[in-house]
Every structure is written in C-alpha cells, then in structure tokens.
Design a protein around this ligand. Structure first.
Ligand code: TRP
Length: 362
C-alpha cells in the first residue's frame, strides 16, 4: 500500500510564520521529494464552522487567503490535491458512523479540545458540533486512507483518536480503514514558534504574528518591536538567548549561508549566540539579521502571491477541480465502508435473494 499524505488548516485567517515552520515548509518538501503516492491538502471549513457558526462570512473570506498562502509557498495543484472540506459531503456521512464507535467521555479527555473550550469560554455551552470535531477530523483522514499526517503536536490527540477509531471500525466490521501516523515537525523550534511578543505561541488572537503576506515594511516593524532579553539593557551586558524570541526565530530560520551573506563576522548562529551571551552584541543588529533572513524566505513567497492574486477566478477553479478529484477518492472509500457495515442494501444481491426466498416460503 502506498504512502498517502493528508493535512489541512481551518480557514479562519491568513497563515503566518508559525504555520510555515510548523507545517507548510515540510509539506512543500514532501511534495517535491516525490516520496509519496498521493498528497491531499484541504481547507477545513466545516471544522472552522464548529466554533464560528454565526460568522460564516469570516470563513468565506479566508478560503481565498489560505489558498493564496498555499500556492505562494509552493504547493502545486498538479502534484497535490487542494480542496475544500465541505465540498466532500461523504465526510459528514462518515462522521455520523464513526460517532457510534467512541464514547462522550473519550472525546472529553482530548487535551486540545479542553484548551480550546477554555479559550472560547464555551464551558457551559459547548456546541455539539464543536465537541464532535475530533471525530469529524478522523473522518477527514480515513476517507482518504491517509497514512501520513504532517501536523503540529497540538494535533496529536486527534491522530490518536483517529487510530483508535480505525482499530475499532476494522474490528467491528471488516478491515477497510488505514491507521494513520502523525509526522511531527523535525525539530523543537519548528514545533512551536513563539509570538513576536515572546509569548508561547504565535496566534492571531494574541496579535503577535508575522504573516506570510506581510510586506517588507510591516515585517521590519514587527521584528523591530520583538521581545528579546529584558535584562540586556546595555550593549555590553551579557545577553540571554534562552526565551529570547529573536534567537528562537533565528534557530528556526537562519542558515550558515545567511551568516556569510548578512553578517560575515560570524560563521554560524552558534558563534553569534556565544558572542551575545558574552556581551557586546546589540539587539538591533540581531534584529537586522533576522529581518534579512526572514525577507529572504518571504520575498519569493510574496512575489508568487502577487502573481496568483492577478487571477482569483482561476484559484477557485483549482479548488473546484481539486474538490472533484478528492471526492472521487472519498466516494470510493465510502462504498467500501457501507459494504463493510452491510448497509449497501441495493448492491447486496445476497440479502435481497435470501429475503425473497424467505418470504416466498411463507
Ligand atoms: N485541526 C486542524 C487544525 O486546526 C485542521 C484539520 C482538520 C486537519 N482536519 C484535519 C489536519 C485532518 C490534519 C488532518 O489545524
């Protein structure tokens, strides 16, 4: 059996550097190394609606933003199927069947869902659809028999639940579903990029993001204002790199080649860190380096985005075609699922035959 990569994002906002290091960069590598049979990347609008039911306009406006972000980082619709979750109604059907194979208390233990409930002040009033989204996410995955799910570590509980549901389904009916594996970002810095304010996570609601679509001036303003080391007051003071967001970003993005290009006094980040810790390196110089490093990555992304922005109807065409292609796969799996569950009544010649004979004998 082949390797099938599948992943997606909720279209609730533009994608930022946290998405880039945590996931987008890896997806493009996976796409380009050809080491897979199929690759599916989708916009999880159904999931986004589970906590935005009153605000479909937000989702509607962000589909295009996320699509532009996907295309501009280098996802190629020729190599990877790009689609919209709600255009695959089979996923809703499958969710309904999978919900019968898991208990309420099992879903309640999901730490990611728990955090989200707190963050949204849902405690007393959790929408049922929101509560069930981990099951719907399992459907997203198993409908494509995906083997490999490149996501951040906050998605681990979802993949674990998916694996349990696959085992449960296969035992209860027959073995048609595939247990997926999570593919985490390769290193610790990529797992969770802090915000520009140094807080734990880059997140739209915290207002501490650098977006892939930010222009060079905006990026420089954001980098200039970044959190560093509050004890590093004079240039000559020893600086701390731990918990210093500028250095965390350099860890995530800077290469040795960037040093020869932008700051040849040092050959590597390791050397710069040692010098900063000893004292004598100003924060502004580090921020300038980071700005150059980021712009080197963001400039080609911006340029491609600008090109794609010239033909928005074509982007919807790409998504429409991708959705048709994706639906073919999901339809095929659903046929196997209905057969396994023996609810494929019209195709079940044996059922019809047996019942016909039974009623004739009466
Ligand atoms: N929950 C994911 C997120 O918030 C989005 C998502 C929905 C997803 N369905 C998925 C990711 C299936 C991977 C596989 O980012």
């Amino acid at each position: 059996m082949g390797k099938i990569i599948l992943t997606g994002d909720r279209p609730t906002g533009k994608l930022h550097l946290g998405h880039y290091v945590g996931s987008l960069r890896r997806r493009v590598e996976l796409q380009n190394n050809g080491n897979y049979d199929k690759m599916f990347v989708f916009m999880a609008d159904v999931q986004a609606l589970t906590d935005n039911a009153e605000n479909p306009e937000k989702i509607r406006q962000n589909i295009i933003e996320v699509a532009l972000d996907y295309l501009s980082v280098g996802l190629d619709p020729e190599q990877c199927t790009l689609y919209i979750q709600s255009r695959i109604p089979e996923l809703a059907e499958l969710t309904t069947y999978l919900m019968n194979l898991v208990s309420v208390s099992r879903v309640q233990r999901n730490p990611t869902v728990k955090t989200e409930i707190k963050m949204r002040n849902f405690e007393a009033n959790i929408p049922l659809g929101f509560f069930a989204y981990p099951v719907s996410q399992a459907a997203d995955i198993v409908a494509f028999k995906a083997t490999t799910i490149p996501v951040g570590e906050d998605q681990e509980p979802m993949i674990e639940l998916t694996r349990e549901l696959v085992r449960r389904f296969n035992q209860t009916y027959s073995p048609v579903l595939v247990e997926p594996e999570i593919m985490l970002p390769e290193n610790a810095t990529a797992r969770r990029l802090p915000g520009t304010d140094g807080r734990e996570k880059m997140s739209k609601s915290l207002g501490n993001c650098i977006y892939l679509s930010d222009d060079a001036d905006i990026v420089w303003n954001k980098v200039k204002g970044m959190y560093t080391d509050p004890k590093h007051i004079n240039v000559t003071d020893p600086g701390h790199v731990e918990g210093n967001a500028v250095f965390t970003y350099l860890d995530a993005f800077a290469t040795d080649e960037d040093f020869s290009q932008f700051w040849p006094e040092f050959t590597s980040l390791h050397e710069l860190k040692a010098a900063y810790a000893a004292g004598g390196i100003g924060d502004m110089k580090c921020k300038k380096l980071l700005n150059s490093v980021l712009n080197k990555i963001l400039e080609p992304i911006r340029a491609r985005r600008h090109e794609f922005e010239q033909d928005i109807p074509e982007i919807y065409n790409i998504l429409r075609k991708g959705s048709v292609t994706a639906r073919e796969t999901a339809t095929q799996t659903m046929d196997e699922i209905r057969t396994a569950m023996q609810i494929n009544y019209f195709d079940d010649a044996k059922l019809i035959q047996t019942q016909a004979e039974m009623y004739q004998k009466k």
